[in-house]
Design a protein around this ligand. Sequence first.
Ligand code: UT7
Length: 331
Amino acid sequence: MTKIRAAITGIGGYVPDYILTNEELSKMVDTSDEWIMQRIGIKERRILKGEGKGASDLGVKAVEELLFKTKTKPEEIQLVICATITPDYPFPATANIISDKAGLKNAWSFDISAACSGFLFALETGAKFIESGEYKKVIVVAADKMSSITNYTDRTTCPLFGDGAAAVLLEPTTEEVGVMDHLLEVDGAGRQYLRMNAGGSVRPASHETIDNVEHTVYQEGQTVFKYAVSKMADVSVEMMRRNNLTSENLAWLVPHQANMRIIEATAKRMGLEKEKVMINIVKYGNTTAATVPLCLWEWEKQLKKGDNLILAAFGGGFTWGSIYLKWAYNS
Ligand code: UT7
C-alpha cells in the first residue's frame, strides 16, 4: 500500500506591530543593548498591546492569512491543533477560540502544551491524523503571548521573550515529501528549572502568589542553557545520521530561537554553515511555540520542493526534539 504522508501545503504568520527595543528595556531594568546582543542575540521583540487580547488574537491572524494564501474555505478544515503555553484561559482550549473566530465550523480542536517544542509536538500529532487517511485538512497553529507571563522587573528573563504566531496547513500526499521522521522527548524532572509557579492547581492564584510575582516565567538560565545546547544538538545529529542527511544534502536547519549561542552550537555540532540556518531571533526574540513556524513563514519564498529541513527545539518541560521535513511546494 502506498504510504500517506503529511505535507505542509501552506503557511501563515503574524507578529504584532509594537516593537519593544533593547533601549526601551534598558529603561525598565538594569541591562544594556550590548549585554543582550552579546549573551542572547536579540535586538527587539514584538508585543501584543491592548486590553482583552490573548494568544487567540495572534493565532487567528496567522490562520486567516493561511486560509487566504492556500485558498482554503474555513469549513474545509477538519481539525485544529494549537500549541501554546499562554492560552487565553486555563479552559476552554485556545484552539476552540481560534476556530470560532476564524469560522472553522466543521473542525474539532485542542491545545498542546509543550512550551518551546510545542510546534514540533503539534506538527507530529497533526501528521499522524493525516497519515491515518481519515483527515484531509488539518491546521497546526502555534501562538504565544509571552508578554503576558514575562516579569518586566526581572532582567534575567524579560529580554528573552516576544509575542507571535504562525500556522501551517497539513494535507495528505503520496509523494516523498512532508513529515518524514521525528524524535521527540521529554524529561519532567526539568520542571524545577523552568516553569510558571502559580496559577495551576498546585498553587492557584492568591494574594500571596501575586505579591510574590509567581505568575511569570521562572528560569534557572544557566542550567536550561546547558541542557538546551546538548539535547537540541543530540536529536538533530541523530536525525541526520538515521536519514543519511549531510551538511550538503540538508537545505536548512530551522532551530528554536531562544539564544543565538544555542543556535550556533547546534549548527556547529551538525557541521552546518550559518547560511543554512534560519535565524530571526534578533527581531522577534523567543516567541516560544511560534519560533520555528515563524522562520518557515519568513523563509517560505526561498524554500523549494524536495528541500530537506530539520526542525529542532528545546524548552520547558523539559521538552525537546527534532523533525525531518521534506518541503512540499514551490511558492
Ligand atoms: O526557550 C526556553 C528555553 N530557554 C532557554 O533556552 C534559555 C537558556 N538560557 C540562556 O539563554 C541564558 O542562560 C540567559 C540568556 C538566560 C542568561 O545568560 P547567561 O550567560 O547564562 O548569564 P548568567 O545567568 O550566567 O548571568 C551572568 C551575569 C550575572 O551577573 P553576575 O552574577 O556575574 O554579576 C547576571 O546577573 O549577567 C547578569 N545578567 C545581566 N546583566 C545585564 C543577567 N541578565 C542580565 C541582563 N543584563 N539582562
